[in-house]
Design a protein around this ligand. Sequence first.
Ligand SMILES: C[S@@+](CC[C@H](N)C(=O)[O-])C[C@H]1O[C@@H](n2cnc3c(N)ncnc32)[C@H](O)[C@@H]1O
Length: 350
Amino acid sequence: MALVKSTLSVAGGSEGPSPITLLRDLSLASAVPAALRTVLRIRLADEIGDTPVPIDQLAKGLDVDAAVLERLLRNLRSYGVFEETAGGIAHTPTSRLLREDDPHSLRNWVLWVTEPWVWELWPDLEEAVRTGRGHFDERYGAPFFTHLHREWQESTEVFNRSQTELSRITSDAIAESLDLSGVKTFADVGGGRGYTLSTILEHHPHLHGTLVDLPAAVANPDPRLRADGALAGRSRVVAGSCLEEIPVEADVYQFKSILEWDDELTVTALRNAVRAGRPGSRVLVITNLVDDSPEIRYATGIDLLFLLNTNGRRHTRAGVSALVERAGLRLEGVTAVHPLLHVVETTIPG
Ligand SMILES: C[S@@+](CC[C@H](N)C(=O)[O-])C[C@H]1O[C@@H](n2cnc3c(N)ncnc32)[C@H](O)[C@@H]1O
């Protein structure tokens, strides 16, 4: 007869984890981005296709330790990233997004938010909450984008690719939501490599577009915008800082996912659009509103990261409305165009 009898019920409660379990899990959740980053760095996801692969074979092919790989994957599997089958490790819909060739790949986005400097920044949250602002400039001696482009070139490349990955998810929805029938010229300010602008130009064949971004972003534009690209005849690529000047006269200026830095910079950039445009020109701020987002953990997490890197924020509806008005723009409305994006539509007044 056994000396020890189990008093545990292994069946999970339908009401979810207990507060103790939840808090313990949350406190160790940083294991997850660490494991995801490792998977990407060793290129594990790319090794698994439509059929499962035994762990020993994976470890051998990648030249990594099979036992540690198994432990790492055990953690990720508990979140639904990869699964174990009779034939070995297989993809789940979530782990498949880590493959570089997946049409919805988030490989670079995951690398971006798990960069070593991101791990260095998180402890600054305590100082930020005490002082009311981020301290990137003091820590690194320069504003975020200046430092990124000057000191972290590999990270810059990861960032630019990550923005294209995010744009792939949303740009059709943006292009379809815009009624540009009376519009001839469109400028995408801080448009990255121009994935969204290219999609908008494809959806609106009468339109001419200009991409404006910092030199490091436009050095390698979307293939469609290059001299030999399909949209070359209807597009221009301009290197410049919207904090100094926006050197384009256009009917519509778009700022997508850029005005989420320090509020003073946001007002400066918008005032430069007012200066560059004509009365009646439209200025669209496209952003993920933190108080109106179905993905509240994503929105609030990025909000905190922005606080620490650019002293920025994800805006509330009221907050972004106040900023556009401070810049001298007339607010026309705020419209949801994608679960993660709102368009704040404004006009340059007469
Ligand atoms: C979060 S990304 C968004 C990129 C793009 N709009 C998109 O949605 O994919 C912010 C962009 O702002 C650009 N940026 C930062 N400072 C800038 C400045 N002073 N002038 C113009 N662009 C700037 C960055 O290079 C980057 O491409």
